[in-house]
Design a protein around this ligand. Structure first.
Ligand code: COA
Length: 310
């Protein structure tokens, strides 16, 4: 039994903060942020909007897109480093909010690689036949962890949520291969101590290496060639990191999905947010080969190669 994606949805907060808005708050410039990161603006959730709210909205859209009812969800996995509470879990709160009364529920903490960890975990339950529908969500309110006095980090992040319903798909489609990894020695380069703390250069070096290596690894494990890839969907942290992965695969620019300019780095939400953008634009067709790859604090990483469609 192959696991694949039946439906996806996202939630994007209304409030837009542009680089020019940040220029007024700290010693930075639109030019610096755009050329170093590719970010032009980001969305920030207001005080009344928490991670659960964003996640539940994204989940409802994904369930609708999948054409099933909330009671048919067997398991909810939410990847987040910004839960509204340490417990109950975001997933339990979502279960209540959307009426997924038959679902088990748990959260995953793997920072910006969280959505990859969630998808790969959910895939196991479907492929063993234990569950039929697994709801995987990446949702973050990173604005809660931003020190607006620290220009090194404040310009990078944004809020949002993305969700996918996993289910069994026909042979040859769905998730073809995966890679997951962690290196706790690098935890000191990106961590939370009330606010996000980061050694940008170390994270940059790690990310460039890992994004390229993990992408190639999942392509090879799936028995594919680089030329078979229709979309590279990388974690949206920095356009320069993303471009290096694209070049490593020898793909033309139009084969890489980019939303970092609009949303900044939304951590575990960034890959599903981007995938929904491509679906809404009608760019993804059945049987397209998609490589999703993420990295984050931990340090963590994860990638999948998939063939779209049920
Ligand atoms: N505006 C203006 N100047 C800034 C700035 C900002 N927002 N943030 C940092 N600077 C300054 C630095 O203080 C430094 O000044 P100094 O040389 O006087 O000390 C200068 O810009 C250059 O810093 P540098 O570290 O060389 O820049 P960079 O080209 O490495 O880009 C990052 C910095 C953070 C954009 C880059 O390292 C990066 O993206 N790293 C990965 C981060 C990431 O992906 N994190 C999330 C992981 S999930």
């Amino acid at each position: 039994m192959n696991a694949g994606i039946w439906g996806m949805g996202r939630y994007i907060p209304d409030q837009v903060i542009t680089n020019f808005d940040l220029e007024k708050r700290m010693d930075t410039s639109d030019e610096w942020i755009r050329t170093r990161t590719g970010i032009e603006e980001r969305r920030i959730a207001g005080d009344e909007v928490g991670t659960v709210h964003m996640a539940a909205k994204a989940a409802q859209k994904a369930i609708e897109h999948a054409g099933i009812h909330p009671e048919e969800i067997d398991l909810i996995i939410t990847a987040t480093v910004t839960p509204d509470h340490s417990f109950p879990s975001v997933s339990c709160e979502i279960q209540h909010e959307i009426g997924a009364v038959n679902a088990a529920a748990m959260d995953i903490s793997a920072a910006c690689a969280g959505f990859m960890y969630g998808i790969i975990t959910g895939k196991q339950f479907i492929e063993t036949g234990a569950y039929k529908h697994v709801l995987v969500i990446g949702a973050e309110k990173l604005s809660n962890l931003i020190d607006w006095e620290d220009r090194n980090t404040a310009v990078l992040f944004g809020d949002g949520a993305g969700a996918a319903v996993l289910g069994p798909v026909s042979e040859g489609r769905g998730i073809l291969s995966f890679e997951l990894g962690a290196d706790g020695r690098g935890g000191k380069h990106l961590y939370e101590d009330k606010y996000v703390k980061m050694n940008g250069r170390e994270v940059f070096k790690f990310a460039v290496r890992q994004m390229g290596e993990s992408s190639i690894s999942v392509i090879e494990k799936a028995g594919l060639q680089k030329e078979d890839v229709d979309f590279l969907m990388p974690h949206q942290a920095n356009i320069r990191i993303m471009e290096s992965a694209r070049e490593r695969l020898g793909l033309p620019p139009e084969k890489m999905s980019v939303t970092v300019n609009q949303f900044g780095n939304t951590s575990s939400a960034s890959i599903p947010l981007t995938m929904v953008e491509e679906l809404e634009n009608g760019r993804v067709k059945d049987d397209d080969v998609i490589v999703m790859v993420g990295f984050g604090g931990g340090l963590t990483w994860g990638a999948i190669a998939m063939r779209w469609g049920r």
